[in-house]
Design a binder for this molecule. Structure first.
Ligand code: C2E
Ligand code: CA
Ligand code: CA
Length: 680
């Protein structure tokens, strides 16, 4: 009997039986000795040389996806130090064959009865079911899983549906290094999953939204859960050394109090979430029938818009806002903006009626009409301003329309306007889509030589690091960033980084929402290409635009009284001859270049110092001679300003800005008059 018992409890044997029958991974270990025994499938799948492992944690950490390492390490540390006796985490690990899988791991720790210190540990890791239903960013199920679960609604089992949305997620997402937003989403998703009862379901919905299905729900239970979410979001978090803070709003609905299918209930939760956000965010709103009147009002407006379209776009009009060269304020183009006004509902803002046109699919004919009005106006204006460029907003639904490109092409032909006069404005999310049809449209537009602008940059989901991956010609930085940028370094740095990244790859940058002279000055100092904003003009009707900005050259000098040093430097740096004169006139060794590296010059001293053949060799090898990093690992362009200060003050600074043999160089790349090289 004793032997049999020993055999059954023999964990090796037990592990094999369990792993064979379930496919899960098992391990058992002694924390103090740091010795672990893992199941055979775990050793095989992850490439462990043996089932017995010393130091499982460091070995395991190496297999964990970098985004999950920090969170996992913290959870494991809580176990080892005895602060917690249970770990419950979902994360991605890499199998021996290179494949990345999501696993759900539960670890329990047994403490020593005498010392109270953690002694034994048992863990089970289960592959998270995939089949296309797992979102790879967060590890949560996708919306599809929610729909599966809602197939089995039953009146006698009340459930709560809650839609959670991270407030102002965009700020977290865009202002950090690439994929930081994804990392935050992943952490939030997993932390919220941990707050829910086992029987609840959490799925990723759109972007920064999560759907929760809460079984046996009551209003009180949901409120308590949301309070937990709120106390979770009330703190400052650090990930990869970056501090961030956020709040979460929620919309909730209870079934069967509210009847309907999965989709209907989700819509109710979405209406409630919208209300929560409109009411100032960081709150949970329960859906009530009263909210329906909001929807009814929307229905009425959709109907009015539809009738207007059918009667020849009555009530619709297009206004134009100038787009100006940032340093001279010359009018180089305009953005066409749609307006709607009608007796029954007065003037509606496009922020309100565009989504209504989209939800009712009426944006397609309206979008086409706007484009035609814009093309007609542009054709007239190019007579006076030959390089005039008209920028037109395009909705997601228009891009999905398979006839879109041929219509654009036909309109240009019909009005005899060259494609170079048109820029289509699309928001960030269009460029990160997986939709084949949209990607095809974007490709086709490129073939037609129609330029694309990324609108409202900084408010969507993509991050700075990915910006230059997109095939766009112009990036328009949302007006959110110009607003506080004089006082707020964060925004200024953001604008500056975007400009630098874009210029490096030949993209132009437009700053939206410039309202004051101070803002224009700031934008100029950062070398934006164009600006748009109330400082020059609000959007105006076609006739007014023509008389103010087209028929006679717009005199920006009145607005440019504060044109400053930065603009002068920009001008000098734009003139290669002037740059060469400057370099040759100094006995010092000097190299100069402008923002876009179009004009690079160096003098004889510099050639000598680098041991080069002549100036041409310097130009050819410019990038090779400029290291991105310093030997201490710091970015050269970040270190440069301090180094030049040091050189000017002490006459010497060791800075490998150029790979010159003496290493006694310094530069001021950030202000674009760079770098001055001094001899020892
Ligand atoms: P958007 O594309 O970002 O357009 C710029 C918006 O910023 C315009 O608002 C413009 O009036 C406003 N704006 C420009 N300069 C300033 C400034 O200095 N300060 C402030 N506070 N605002 C400024 P508008 O005309 O109300 O349009 C709002 C949005 O509606 C547009 O944002 C665009 O997303 C959408 N929209 C407008 N017309 C169309 C259209 O024809 N098609 C589509 N799909 N969307 C459109
Ligand atoms: Ca726009
Ligand atoms: Ca915009």
């Amino acid at each position: 009997m004793d032997t049999i018992l020993r055999q059954i409890t023999d964990h090796d044997f037990l592990q094999e039986v369990l792993s064979e029958s379930t496919g899960d991974y098992y391990f058992i270990g002694d924390i103090e000795q740091d010795i672990f025994s893992v199941s055979q499938n775990m050793a095989d799948d992850f490439g462990f040389p043996d089932k017995q492992i010393t130091g499982l944690l460091p070995t395991w950490m190496k297999l964990i996806q970098p985004e999950d390492q920090e969170r996992y390490y913290k959870a494991a540390n809580d176990l080892v130090s005895g602060r917690k006796d249970r770990l419950n985490e979902e994360y991605q690990v890499r199998l021996k064959n290179g494949e990345l899988i999501w696993i759900h791991e539960v670890i329990r720790v047994k403490k020593n009865a005498g010392t109270g210190r953690p002694e034994r540990v048992v863990g089970i890791a289960r592959k998270v079911e995939n089949g296309g239903k797992v979102d790879l960013v967060t590890g949560l199920y996708t919306h599809e899983k929610y729909m599966d679960r809602m197939q089995k609604l039953d009146d006698s089992h009340p459930i709560g549906i809650m839609l959670l949305g991270i407030d102002d997620f965009t700020m977290i997402n865009t202002l950090n290094n690439h994929s930081f937003g994804d990392l935050v989403l992943r952490n939030v998703a997993q932390d919220i999953r941990n707050m829910l009862p086992e029987s609840a379901l959490i799925c990723r919905f759109d972007g920064d939204q999560f759907i929760i299905v809460y079984p046996d729900a009551t209003r009180e239970k949901l409120e308590r859960f949301y309070e937990n979410v709120q106390s979770y979001t009330g703190k400052v978090y650090i990930s990869h050394g970056v501090h961030y803070q956020f709040t979460i709003s929620a919309g909730a609905v209870l079934y069967p109090d509210q009847r309907g299918q999965g989709d209907d209930l989700l819509k109710c939760a979405a209406v409630a979430l919208r209300k929560a956000k409109l009411n100032g965010k960081d709150k949970c709103v329960f859906y009530s029938a009263g909210m329906l009147s909001l929807q009814l009002d929307e229905q009425r407006k959709i109907q009015i818009l539809g009738e207007s379209i059918r009667s020849g776009f009555e009530g619709f009009s297009v206004v134009f806002q100038p787009v100006n060269d940032a340093s001279t304020l010359r009018v180089c183009g305009a953005e066409a903006l749609l307006r709607f006004e009608n007796e029954a509902c007065g003037a509606l803002s496009p922020v309100e009626f565009i989504p209504l046109l989209e939800s009712s699919n009426q944006i397609i004919p309206v979008g086409r009409w706007v484009l035609e009005q814009a093309i007609i106006a542009c054709k007239k204006w190019t007579v006076y301003i030959p390089d005039f460029v008209m920028q037109v907003n395009v909705s997601y639904l228009q891009l999905r329309d398979k006839n879109f490109c041929s219509r654009v092409e036909a309109l240009l032909k019909e009005h005899r306007l060259l494609p170079k006069h048109i820029v289509l404005e699309l928001t960030e999310s269009y460029f990160i889509t997986d939709s084949e049809r949209i990607n095809d449209t974007l490709k086709r537009l490129k073939q037609l030589k129609i330029r694309l602008a990324m609108d409202d940059f900084g408010t969507g989901y993509s991050s700075l690091g990915r910006l230059t991956d997109f095939d766009v010609d112009i990036v328009k930085i949302d007006r959110l960033f110009v607003k506080t940028s004089n006082s707020d370094r964060y925004n200024r740095d953001f604008i500056e980084s975007v400009i630098r990244l874009c210029h490096n790859v030949g993209m132009k940058v437009c700053i939206e929402g410039v309202e004051t002279g101070a803002e224009l000055n700031m934008v100029n100092r950062l070398y934006a290409d164009t600006i748009q904003g109330f400082y020059v003009s609000k959007p105006v009707p076609e006739k007014q635009f023509f008389s103010t900005f087209v028929v006679k050259p717009f005199d920006g000098s009145m607005l440019l009284v504060r044109q400053d040093k930065a603009a002068t430097i920009k001008k000098i740096l734009g003139d290669k001859e002037l740059l060469q004169l400057l370099a040759d006139a100094t006995p010092l060794c000097l190299n100069l270049w402008n923002q876009n590296f179009e004009n690079i010059v160096c003098n004889k001293e510099a050639v000598k110092l680098f041991g080069l053949r002549d100036e041409n060799e310097y130009l050819e090898r410019f990038f090779e001679l400029s290291p991105e990093f310093q030997p201490n690992g710091e970015r050269s362009d970040i270190m440069a300003p301090a180094k030049i200060k040091e050189a000017l003050e002490t006459g010497r600074a060791v800075f490998r800005w150029m790979q010159c043999p003496c290493h006694v160089c310094c530069g001021i790349k950030t202000c674009n008059l760079s770098p001055v090289i001094r001899k020892r």
